[in-house]
Design a protein around this ligand. Structure first.
Ligand code: AMP
Length: 466
């Protein structure tokens, strides 16, 4: 199933810096929240590419010694997250390949919707795939492109792929960045010490002291080499469809994405709007840390109900969602969060989280606040609309039947999570806050999928919708 191939990832690239792989390491470290399954860096010293990748977290994988084996002034890196089934080293990126025009490596964030079809066609033509990652399709498409120079081949390749792609390509003497025409995933350009850097999110620039210049635009190809930076716009789409869920959950609050809009600021506004829409009498507003913090602050400011940390998170554990097996996930919420009894006891609590996916987290949190915390009432407020549609463009949401809001109304969900009241942010409320919201994909909230699914996937999609 194509669900297997979902990826939420972080990419980072640098051109023209003597410490390219060290900077990439730091960039990936700042982007760790975008994927914790595996990471890799590929560098170029102008003559050869050097690749190192492993399963695990960036800081655990790379040592000074390992980074020394990645010399050169150009590098790209990748953090990978994937669901069970493809959780293996061969799917960790960058993917490196040798072909007629020399070696290349790619790092891809996003999800292609026509990867299966393209893969079948390429295999018929004799391509041998090393991995099950849809990103490898891009490498083969470049290699199989008919004639032309390297750039023409890249353009031929990216014109065939459909879906979400924020892509970095490394060659011996250059770095190329590509963003799909819908602009689904973020990708920003910055500068440090006269070198160019490219990252999924600007929080990576902050860590290395780089200055944000601009976004890589939807449909744009940016080539950086000894001639400087060259940009072209070979891809066009009927509309833009940046992922609104990046604002809600996925990006880090300190990042500025999609035209330099601060994620924290956006989340606070979602929380304030939620307070306007679904006020309730209570003594305390608490967030589900960390993802609910900015929205809870916004809720508290708007409602004038005091804010505090009623749930404490143990930061030394990965996100529960990352664990591939359901059995571990259940255990995860408890090991991650603990209620502050002194603060909660006998109180009416509003607990703010960014989203409900399957409903398991909220249920456990409500139980925890009542039983461990002694809360008198628990009012759950969600700073996004009900998640009713799976994502096919790179956010890892489960299949439709596992999304609790796809099959249950709000009252049923309230009962399931045993909350006194439950409210979500309205879709209109959300759209009114995000500037130019018509340029965003909101498929997970309204089933309006901006990038259509070809062939077999379309059939599967229709099955999902039934
Ligand atoms: P669930 O227990 O499935 O309802 O998960 C809801 C929790 O998962 C919320 O606290 C969210 O912050 C978090 N969450 C939402 N979307 C994702 C995602 N794509 N990856 C990881 N965590 C997520």
């Amino acid at each position: 199933m194509f669900h297997d191939m979902h990826e939420e990832c972080g990419v980072f690239g640098v051109y023209g810096h003597p410490e390219a792989s060290n900077l990439t390491y730091l960039g990936l470290y700042a982007l760790q929240h975008r994927g914790q399954e595996g990471a890799g860096i590929c560098s170029s010293d102008g003559r050869h590419l050097h690749l190192d990748k492993s399963m695990g977290l960036v800081a655990d994988i790379f040592s000074e010694k390992r980074l020394k084996k990645l010399p050169g002034h150009i590098a790209i890196g990748h953090n990978r997250y994937s669901t069970a089934g493809s959780s293996v080293l061969k799917n960790v990126q960058p993917i490196m390949a040798n072909f007629a025009l020399g070696p290349l490596a790619i790092a891809h964030n996003g999800n292609l919707v026509n990867a299966i079809e393209l893969r079948e066609e390429l295999e018929k033509e004799g391509a041998i795939f090393q991995s099950t990652s849809d990103s490898e399709v891009i490498v083969h498409l470049i290699a199989h492109a008919k004639g032309g120079d390297f750039y023409e081949r890249v353009i031929q390749a990216i014109k065939q792929i459909s879906g979400a792609f924020s892509l970095l390509i490394l060659r011996e003497k250059e770095l190329i960045a590509v963003r799909d025409a819908y602009g689904v995933r973020p990708l920003s350009l910055g500068q440090v010490d006269g070198a160019y850097v490219i990252a999924s999110e600007t929080c990576a620039f902050d860590l290395i002291g780089a200055l944000y210049i601009r976004d890589i635009e939807p449909g744009e190809v940016v080539i950086i080499n000894e001639n400087g930076l060259q940009a072209m716009r070979p891809l066009v789409a009927p509309r833009h469809a940046s992922c609104i869920f990046e604002f809600i959950y996925f990006s880090r609050p300190d990042s500025c994405i999609f035209g330099s809009q601060n994620v924290n600021d956006m989340r606070k506004k979602f929380g304030a709007q939620l307070a306007k829409e679904s006020a309730v009498e209570a003594d305390l507003v608490i967030p589900v840390p960390d993802s609910g913090v900015p929205a809870a602050l916004g809720f508290s400011e708007e409602s004038k109900i005091p804010f505090d940390f009623g749930l404490i998170r143990n930061h030394y554990i990965g996100r529960t969602f990352i664990e591939p097996k359901q059995a571990i996930r259940h255990f995860g919420v408890k090991i991650k969060l603990n209620p502050v009894k002194k603060l909660l006891e006998g109180k009416r609590i509003i607990v703010v989280d960014d989203s409900i996916v399957r409903g398991t987290t909220s249920k456990k949190i409500v139980k925890m606040l009542r039983e461990g915390g002694g809360a008198k009432e628990v009012h759950v407020r969600i700073s996004s609309p009900p998640t009713i549609g799976p994502c096919f463009y790179g956010i890892d949401t489960p299949t439709r039947h596992e999304l609790i809001a796809a099959t249950h109304d709000v009252e049923e969900i309230r009962k399931h999570i045993t909350a006194d009241t439950l409210s979500y942010l309205s879709l209109d409320g959300l759209k009114n806050i995000v500037p130019e919201s018509h340029n965003y994909c909101t498929a997970c909230f309204d089933n309006n999928y901006p990038i259509s699914f070809p062939g077999e996937q379309l059939e599967q999609m229709e099955l999902f919708l039934k």
